[in-house]
Design a protein around this ligand. Structure first.
Ligand SMILES: C[S@@+](CC[C@H](N)C(=O)[O-])C[C@H]1O[C@@H](n2cnc3c(N)ncnc32)[C@H](O)[C@@H]1O
Length: 269
């Protein structure tokens, strides 16, 4: 049995990224028999394995529910230490049952180091790197990836770091320059094209893109969305907008960002 600790801010996406069941979620924690599928989750904070306390023979440090310490002390043969433990023992309580676990995985990816303000060219509407990486994990391209409206390259950056052959398109030349600088800052490299995606031909494993939030129907909204789908760049596409297009798919997750922005993530996967 495994216990997954999920990012509560993006809970629905976290469930989707990890393949866990919504019904099993309780306060951002899911118990599951499924071992972790990979180790590049963006929205899973840590994974714990339920163990028999008697099997803990290493040096260990105890976390959560320290009130059970007295009971456990006699059961765990290992040595409790304050620093540098060989394993971390975490306790979880579910429906009055206490689970003794050891941490088997936690994220080591410092996504904060890539947040908008940390980049040479911040962009006001750029996606949080946590969100961008989670969407890429959900689309799970094997090798090739396209962002046909890449802006300053927030999604491209995560795609490059996942080791994908990455292509970014933007019709605004200065934006491509910014994407290039942002990628170089993290030693990343992508094929960057200054053009209208409507004039581009190509076939990729997946598309993840964030549509412009303007009001002109030519450069934003349903027209642009429909034109992008018509290009059939990939079998798996995830398209983000600031309003829902329920006529194009029913598979939408709504993410309130702040007072004046809600993102709608449309899945074609
Ligand atoms: C919301 S921004 C993308 C932000 C990006 N995800 C980031 O992290 O910086 C949308 C981008 O789409 C570009 N764009 C709009 N229409 C386009 C088109 N027809 N072809 C290519 N790019 C386009 C705009 O120039 C803008 O940079």
């Amino acid at each position: 049995m495994f216990i997954y600790e999920l990012n509560q801010k993006y809970l629905l996406l976290a469930l989707r990224e990890s393949g866990l069941k919504k019904e099993e979620e309780h306060e951002g924690v899911v118990m599951s028999v499924t071992p972790p599928l990979h180790d590049h989750f963006a929205l899973v904070k840590a994974v714990y394995e339920v163990v028999d306390p008697k099997s803990i023979t290493q040096t260990y440090k105890l976390f959560h529910h320290k009130q059970y310490w007295d009971v456990l002390f006699d059961q765990i043969p290992g040595t409790p230490v304050v620093s540098h433990p060989e394993i971390e023992v975490h306790l979880f309580k579910r429906k009055k049952q206490l689970f003794v676990t050891k941490k088997i995985w936690e994220t080591t990816d410092d996504l904060n180091a890539r947040k908008n303000q940390a980049r040479p060219w911040p962009h006001p509407t750029t996606l949080d790197p946590v969100l961008a990486k989670a969407l890429l994990n959900i689309a799970s391209p094997k090798k090739t990836f396209l962002d046909p409206m890449c802006g300053a390259g927030g999604i491209l950056l995560e795609a490059c770091l996942l080791g994908l052959q990455t292509t970014g398109i933007d019709l605004y030349a200065p934006m491509i320059g910014r994407a290039k600088e942002n990628l170089a800052h993290y030693n990343c490299n992508a094929t960057l094209l200054i053009k209208d995606f409507r004039e581009h031909q190509g076939c990729y494993d997946a598309v993840v893109t964030d549509l412009p939030y303007g009001r002109s129907s030519k450069t934003s909204g349903e027209n642009l969305f429909a034109e992008l789908l018509a290009k059939k760049f990939a079998n798996k596409q995830i398209i983000i907008t600031n309003k829902p297009f329920r006529n194009l798919t029913k598979d939408i997750i709504e993410i309130p960002m702040h007072k004046s922005l809600t993102r709608y993530v449309h899945f074609f996967v």
